[in-house]
Design a protein around this ligand. Structure first.
Ligand SMILES: C[S@@+](CC[C@H](N)C(=O)[O-])C[C@H]1O[C@@H](n2cnc3c(N)ncnc32)[C@H](O)[C@@H]1O
Length: 312
C-alpha cells in the first residue's frame, strides 16, 4: 500500500501489531538516558528540578515500560505523585505508588486530569510522533514523500496547505534536489496538546533536535531495531524516528541537556586521584557518579534539547 510517511509511520508504530505494542518495549531495542545505566542520575536531577520549581507531581509521558518512574519511586519523597503514560497496559512489576494512564499513541494523548503543580516530562516522545516528510524534486520544489510497506519511496503531490506553511516558516528553502524536510507541524500540535493537559507546572520535552539555521538538509528519518540503526521500513518491525524542530514547538526556553543538567548539579568531573589513596570507597563511588554524569552530559546525549514551557 502506498501512503504518506505520516500515515505509514503511525500505523507501523501504534497500529495493531505496531512496534511499540511489542512486549519487550523500547528498552528491548535501544538504551536511552531514561532506562540506561544513568537513569538513576537523571531521576535525581528531575527530583531536584521538581524541588526547585515547587512541584508535587511528575507525569512521565511516553514512559516506555516505566523504567524512569521505577528509578524515581525509590528516590522520591512519598508525597510526590508519580504517573506513567504510554500506549500499553500497566507493566507488571511497576512500583505500586506509580499510577498508570493508557494513551492512544503518536500525537494523541489521553485526559490526564489537569494535574496541578506537575512536571510533565516527555523524554524521546516527539521524535516518534509521525510527521509528513517532503523532498525537493529536480526543480527544487518540495513534494510529499510517499512510502510503500517495504520502504520504497516515491514523490507525491507538491507540499501544500498547513504542511507547506510550516516548512516555509520553519524550514525555508531554497532546497536543492533531494533535500528533505520533516514537517514538524504534528510535533508542534502534540507539544501543545500536552501543555493543554497540564493544570499548572512545567512541561519538558526532551529530544534529539535542531533549530532554524542548522536544519539537516538530508533529513534524519531512520529506523532502529535490536540496538542498531536500520532502514526505516514501516512494517512494524523497527522503530521509526526523526529529530525534532525544537524551536517551532512554542517553548518558553530551550536548553541543551548538558547545560540544564549541569545547572541541576550533574557534573561529570572525575574525582581527584588523591581520593583513591585516602578513601578508596568514596573515590570509586565518585568515579561511577562522574561516568554516569558524563554519559548524560557528554557529546551526543548532552546535545539533546530540553524544551520547557511553564503552565499556569
Ligand atoms: C523512544 S521511546 C522512549 C521511552 C522512554 N521515554 C525513554 O526515554 O526511554 C518512545 C515511547 O513513546 C511512546 N509513545 C508514543 N506516542 C505516545 C503517546 N501519544 N502517549 C504515550 N506514549 C507514547 C511509545 O509507546 C514508546 O514507549
Amino acid at each position: 500500500m502506498v501512503r504518506t510517511w505520516e500515515q505509514a509511520w503511525g500505523e507501523a508504530l501504534y497500529g495493531e501489531g505496531g512496534f511499540y505494542r511489542r512486549a519487550e518495549g523500547p528498552a528491548g531495542h535501544f538504551a536511552t538516558s531514561a532506562q540506561g545505566p544513568a537513569a538513576g542520575l537523571l531521576a535525581g536531577a528531575l527530583l531536584e528540578l521538581t524541588r526547585r520549581e515547587s512541584l508535587t507531581t511528575i507525569v512521565d509521558v511516553a514512559c516506555g515500560r516505566g523504567e524512569l518512574l521505577s528509578s524515581l519511586a525509590v528516590r522520591a519523597d512519598p508525597s510526590i505523585r508519580l504517573v506513567g503514560v504510554d500506549i500499553v497496559e500497566r507493566p507488571d512489576g511497576l512500583p505500586a505508588r506509580v499510577e498508570w494512564v493508557r494513551s492512544p499513541g503518536g500525537a494523541g494523548l489521553p485526559d490526564l486530569g489537569l494535574p496541578k503543580d506537575a512536571l510533565a516530562l516527555a523524554h524521546e516522545w516527539l521524535d516518534v510522533v509521525p510527521c509528513p516528510v517532503a523532498q525537493a524534486d529536480g526543480q527544487g520544489r518540495l513534494r510529499t514523500v510517499l512510502v510503500e510497506d517495504d520502504g520504497t519511496e516515491t514523490l507525491g503531490d507538491p507540499l501544500s496547505g498547513p504542511d507547506r506553511d510550516w516548512s516555509d516558516e520553519h524550514w525555508p528553502g531554497p532546497h536543492s534536489p533531494g533535500d528533505r524536510v520533516e514537517v514538524g507541524r504534528t510535533r508542534d500540535a502534540a507539544f501543545a496538546a500536552l501543555v493543554d493537559r497540564v493544570g499548572s507546572g512545567l512541561v519538558a520535552a526532551v529530544d534529539y533536535g535542531h533549530r532554524l539555521g542548522s536544519r539537516p538538509a538530508a533529513g534524519t528519518l531512520v529506523g532502529f531495531a535490536d540496538g542498531s540503526v536500520c532502514r526505516p521500513i514501516p512494517d512494524g518491525g523497527c522503530d521509526i524516528t526523526a529529530h525534532v524542530a525544537m524551536d517551532s514547538l512554542g517553548a518558553d526556553e530551550l536548553h541543551t541537556q548538558r547545560d540544564l543538567l549541569r545547572g541541576l548539579g550533574v557534573d561529570g568531573t572525575r574525582p581527584p586521584l588523591e581520593l583513591a589513596r585516602t578513601d578508596p570507597a568514596r573515590y570509586l563511588a565518585a568515579l561511577s557518579w562522574a561516568s554516569e554524569a558524563a554519559a548524560l552530559t557528554g557529546s551526543g546525549t548532552g546535545d539533546f534539547v530540553w524544551a520547557l514551557r511553564r503552565v499556569g
